[in-house]
Design a binder for this molecule. Structure first.
Ligand SMILES: [Zn+2]
Length: 403
C-alpha cells in the first residue's frame, strides 16, 4: 500500500485541492492530505508544490503498423492520401519492425497514455502490444468487399483474432474492428459481429470519414467510384450507411471519425448507445472537416478523443489532440470544452472500452499520472493543463511506476 499527497487531484471534471491517494493495484482511498498525514504519518510521500494527479490517458484509436510514416503519405485531401497509402503501404509496413512499433508505444507512455485501442490490419503489432506496459484493446481488423474473396478474407481475420486470443496477460483484450461501410461485405460484418456478441468482444469501426465516402455510400458516385472500379471492378457501395449502422444495433461500438454523419445517422448512433472517436488532427490533415460536437451534445452521444495512427498524425499525443480540439470548436464554452476533452480521454474512454480505469476513485485501477505545473492552480486548470507545456513526472499503471 502506498500513499501520495498532491497539491491537486483532477478527475471527472472536479479539482480536489490538498488531496492524496492511498493505493495498491487499485485506488483504495482519496482523502484530504491532513487526514492522510494524521493517519499514516511517515508512510506518506509528499509530492509538493505544483503537483497534480490526473488519471492515465486512454487513446482509443491508433494504427501502430503505420508508425514508420513521417513524410511518405500525401496530406491535404482524403483520396490522394488513400491512393498514397495503397501505393506505399508495403514499404511503410516493411519499414516498421517490432522495435519501430515499440518506440511508438513508448512515446505514448511518455505522453501519459496508459491504455490504448490498437487497430491491427495485419497482426504485425501483436508481439509489441502483448509486451506493452499499457492496457491494450487489440482490435483485429476485418476488411473485404469482394464476395468472391469473402471466405479467404474471413479466414485471415479469424487467424489473427485467434492468435490475439492466445495472449495471456492481464490488461490485454482481443477485440474486433470492422474497417468501414465501404470496404466490408455485409456477410463478413454479420459473421464477425455474431462472434463478437457471443464472446462479448469490444467492437470498433471507421464511419463516414470523408465526403467521398458520403457520396459513394449515398449514390455510388464521386471520387470513390473510379477507385472501386479500377481496384475491385465494383460499381456499387458494399453497404449504405443506414444498412451498416443497422448491423450494430445490439452491440455498443466505437465509431471513428463520423465527420460526415447525417441527423438520422446520429439518432441511430444515440439509440445504439455507441461512442464516436474524434481524431481532430487526422481529420484536418486528410481534409475531412470537423466533427460537430455541439450536435453530439444535443443528442447525448458520447465522444472520445483519439490520435489515429502516424499515417495521419505527427505524434501520438492526446495533449496535442486536446489542444487542437480546443481551437477547432470555437463556439463551445472554453472551460466546458476543456473538461469534456479531459473526460473524453479518461473516464468516458474507459467506459467505451470497458476498462476499469480513467478515474481517481476507489476500486478503480491505480492508473494515473503525476504532473508538475509551474503556475498557480485555479479552477481553469483543465484549460492550462492542455495549453501549457506539460511535465509528466511519473506514470503509474495498476499501482506500478512504469515511467
Ligand atoms: Zn483509423
Amino acid at each position: 500500500m502506498r500513499i501520495v499527497l498532491a497539491d491537486t487531484i483532477f478527475t471527472d471534471g472536479v479539482l480536489l485541492q490538498d488531496h492524496g491517494i492511498v493505493f495498491n493495484k487499485t485506488i483504495i482511498e482519496v482523502a484530504p492530505n491532513d487526514l492522510l498525514r494524521s493517519r499514516y504519518g511517515e508512510q506518506c510521500v509528499e509530492l509538493g508544490e505544483g503537483s497534480v494527479i490526473v488519471p492515465g490517458l486512454i487513446n482509443s484509436h491508433v494504427h501502430l503498423e503505420f508508425s514508420a510514416n513521417r513524410s511518405t503519405l500525401t496530406y491535404g485531401e482524403f483520396m490522394p492520401w488513400l491512393s498514397s497509402v495503397i501505393a506505399l503501404r508495403n514499404d511503410l509496413i516493411n519499414e516498421c519492425d517490432d522495435s519501430c512499433i515499440t518506440r511508438a508505444i513508448e512515446s505514448m507512455l511518455s505522453n501519459g497514455i496508459t491504455a490504448f485501442g490498437a487497430i491491427s490490419s495485419y497482426g504485425f503489432d501483436l508481439t509489441p502490444c502483448a509486451e506493452a506496459p499499457q492496457k491494450v484493446v487489440y482490435f483485429n481488423e476485418l476488411i473485404g468487399s469482394d464476395p468472391a474473396m469473402a471466405d479467404a478474407l474471413y479466414a485471415d481475420f479469424q487467424e489473427r483474432l485467434f492468435a490475439s486470443q492466445e495472449v495471456e496477460r492481464e490488461g490485454f483484450y482481443p477485440s474486433v474492428a470492422i474497417h468501414s461501410p465501404y470496404s466490408v461485405h455485409r456477410i463478413l460484418i454479420q459473421k464477425a459481429l455474431k462472434y463478437a456478441r457471443e464472446k462479448e468482444l469490444r467492437v470498433t469501426a471507421h464511419l463516414l470519414e470523408s465526403s467521398a465516402e458520403r457520396e459513394w455510400l449515398d449514390s455510388n458516385k464521386g471520387a470513390f467510384a473510379p477507385f472501386f472500379q479500377n481496384f475491385l471492378k465494383q460499381t456499387q457501395a458494399a453497404n449504405t450507411a443506414e444498412e451498416f449502422l443497422g448491423y450494430f444495433q445490439e452491440i455498443s461500438t466505437l465509431f471513428t471519425h463520423a465527420v460526415q454523419t447525417s441527423e438520422a445517422e446520429l439518432s441511430a448512433i444515440a439509440q445504439g448507445n455507441h461512442t464516436l472517436i474524434h481524431c481532430p488532427i487526422s481529420n484536418r490533415l486528410l481534409g475531412n472537416g470537423v466533427l460537430d460536437v455541439t450536435r453530439l451534445k444535443e443528442k447525448n452521444i458520447r465522444f472520445v478523443c483519439g490520435t489515429d495512427g502516424l499515417s495521419s498524425n505527427y505524434a501520438l499525443d492526446l495533449f496535442e489532440e486536446m489542444k487542437i480540439a480546443l481551437f477547432i470548436h470555437p463556439n463551445e464554452d472554453l472551460l466546458y470544452l476543456a473538461k469534456a476533452l479531459w473526460q473524453s480521454v479518461t473516464g468516458d474512454a474507459a467506459k467505451a472500452l470497458r476498462l476499469n480505469c480513467g478515474t481517481i476513485t476507489p476500486t478503480f485501477d491505480a492508473d494515473f499520472l503525476i504532473m508538475r505545473v509551474n503556475y498557480p492552480i485555479n479552477e481553469q486548470l483543465p484549460i492550462h493543463l492542455i495549453l501549457q507545456p506539460h511535465t509528466i513526472e511519473s506514470v503509474y499503471i495498476q499501482g506500478e511506476k512504469v515511467k
